[in-house]
Write a protein that binds this ligand. Structure first.
Ligand code: FAD
Ligand code: MLT
Ligand code: ZN
Length: 455
């Protein structure tokens, strides 16, 4: 690593915020799943927007690419450097958190604020941030915007982009664009805020955001039902939504995932007997809502929780899937979504594909929005056969190859399965206009020109 650049970065951010010790940088150079890792020339941790701009200009002058990183909980390898090396720009010190505007139900938060901190801040003002996910203690405002994260409340409040009223970001040439005024309706040309949502660190470094908050509408009822399969789970989820107002989550898991969770956590069986599939529903409904549900003929074996402790206990079976799968191996994570009517067809064919690969699949996800997480255990990290087969199957069933995790490095070669050639050409034109030298996140989302053909 160029000593002159290190000295420049230290002059900008302070020596203690330029990390070069490989034992320390290793945690920034490997992703959460342990499948993706690369070379971090150094990790620089600017403390404000102006330091971010100066860091970018210094890296650009020295010709080194920059990988923006938040909590490093991303699941598609987009936040870690490539094998060829890059400077990791950690946004975790961008910790601005303004007082909540309770009249407008809005707040401005720095990119490094975690989702748990943001949610707690909003809750203290009697409001709620619409996005929640199991990675809440580490995932950041900047990272969730850059991936347009979904999560367990998407069915109620939409994904991250639906929470965005504006943002502040630094472009590759050090220019700062800022739109933090909180105007609710603004029709003045291209929506740069929405362009950066889901851009996966390829267009700019997000430094802060103006976020919409919601009137707090906490769940009071959690239901866990054992069911014969995915078709029944999708049908019961839809039926519950029509019977009970305020469904906030409709989540799915299966016997194989439950077995891994129980093995990893030591939790007891959640219901009276075992089932192929499970549906977990959260609703802001009172006990009469619960009465309406428990008489549903489809619910032959179900548990209903009405207090926080009992609800948390039921949620553990769903929320602890990711760590339990990770404890069993390095997973290949596919994050697909379909119209509800196509879920069962995809699920049935998935088993045939996985059987041929000498692998096992753990399937769970946000069934209320048609989103399934297919986790394949068995193939080595660089063996792409399972990824390719599962994503092709999803596309063949009219699905998308990413519902909420993004494309990252993991699926860059497969982007044409979900996007047409003209769409990819338009994305490349945007990338070239905003980042002509390719400073940000090379190989993430868009492969090098000419490389965008499915494997
Ligand atoms: P990182 O992992 O650090 O980065 C992710 C991407 O964003 C990278 O491409 C990076 O370059 C870019 N980026 C990060 N910060 C910035 C910035 N300031 N400016 C520009 N680009 C930036 N995801 C869901 O959508 N729904 C879920 O329910 C969900 N549950 C999860 C549960 C667990 C246990 C785990 C480990 C992950 C889960 N995820 C989920 C995935 C992950 O939490 C999200 O993708 C999250 O948005 C990543 O945020 P982060 O701050 O960790 O970003
Ligand atoms: C989840 O819904 O729990 C996440 O997206 C994490 C995962 O897919 O493992
Ligand atoms: Zn998810």
């Amino acid at each position: 690593m160029d000593a002159a650049l290190l000295a420049e970065l230290a002059a900008i951010a302070g020596r203690e915020h330029v990390l070069t010790d490989p034992d320390v940088t290793a945690g920034y150079a490997t992703d959460w799943t342990r499948r993706f890792h690369g070379l971090a020339h150094c990790v620089v941790r600017p403390r404000d927007t102006s330091e971010v701009a100066r860091v970018l200009l210094a890296c650009a002058r020295h010709g080194l690419p920059v990988v923006p990183q938040g909590g490093n909980t991303g699941l598609v390898g987009g936040g870690v450097p490539p094998a060829g090396g890059a400077v990791v720009l950690s946004a975790r010190r961008l910790r601005r958190l303004d007082p909540v505007d309770t009249v407008a139900s809005q707040v401005t938060a720095g990119a490094g604020v975690t989702i748990a901190e943001l949610r707690a801040h909003a809750a203290r003002a009697g409001l709620e941030y619409g996005v929640d996910l199991a990675a809440r203690d580490s995932a950041t405002v900047g990272g969730t915007i850059a991936t347009n994260a979904g999560g367990i409340q998407t069915i109620r409040y939409g994904p991250t982009r639906a929470q965005l009223l504006g943002l502040e970001a630094v472009l590759a040439d050090g220019t700062v664009i800022s739109r933090l005024g909180g105007i609710q309706v603004d029709n003045t040309g291209y929506d740069l805020t929405q362009l950066l949502a889901g851009s996966e660190g390829t267009l700019a470094v997000i430094t802060a955001a103006r976020l919409r908050l919601w009137r707090a509408d906490p769940p009071t009822l959690t239901l866990l039902a054992g069911l014969p399969g995915i078709e029944a789970a999708a049908a019961v989820a839809a039926r519950i939504s029509s019977l009970v107002p305020g469904v906030r989550a409709a989540e799915y898991f299966e016997a194989a995932g439950l077995a891994l969770v129980r093995e990893h956590t030591g939790l007891p069986a959640p219901l009276g007997r075992d089932h192929p599939a499970y549906l977990l529903v959260d609703a802001a409904a009172s006990s009469d809502g619960a009465e309406r549900l428990v008489v549903l003929p489809e619910l032959t074996d179900a548990a209903v929780a009405l207090d926080t402790q009992a609800r948390t206990a039921l949620w553990a079976y769903r929320e602890r899937h990711t760590e339990s799968i990770g404890a069993a191996g390095v997973p290949h994570k596919m994050d697909v979504a379909f119209p509800a009517a196509r879920l069962a067809g995809f699920r049935a064919e998935l088993d045939e594909i996985i059987a041929k690969l000498d692998a096992r699949a753990i399937v769970f996800g946000h069934i209320g929005v048609g989103n399934l997480h297919v986790n394949v255990l068995g193939p080595g990290p660089d063996d792409h056969r399972a990824d390719d087969a599962v994503l092709r199957l999803a596309a063949g069933h009219g699905g998308t190859i990413s519902a909420e995790h993004g494309i990252g490095r993991a699926k860059a070669a497969m982007l044409p399965l979900s996007r047409s050639a003209p769409e990819i050409a338009a994305m490349r034109a945007i990338k070239h206009a905003l980042d002509p030298t390719g400073l940000f996140n090379p190989g993430v989302l868009l492969l090098a020109p000419g490389g965008q053909t499915p494997r």
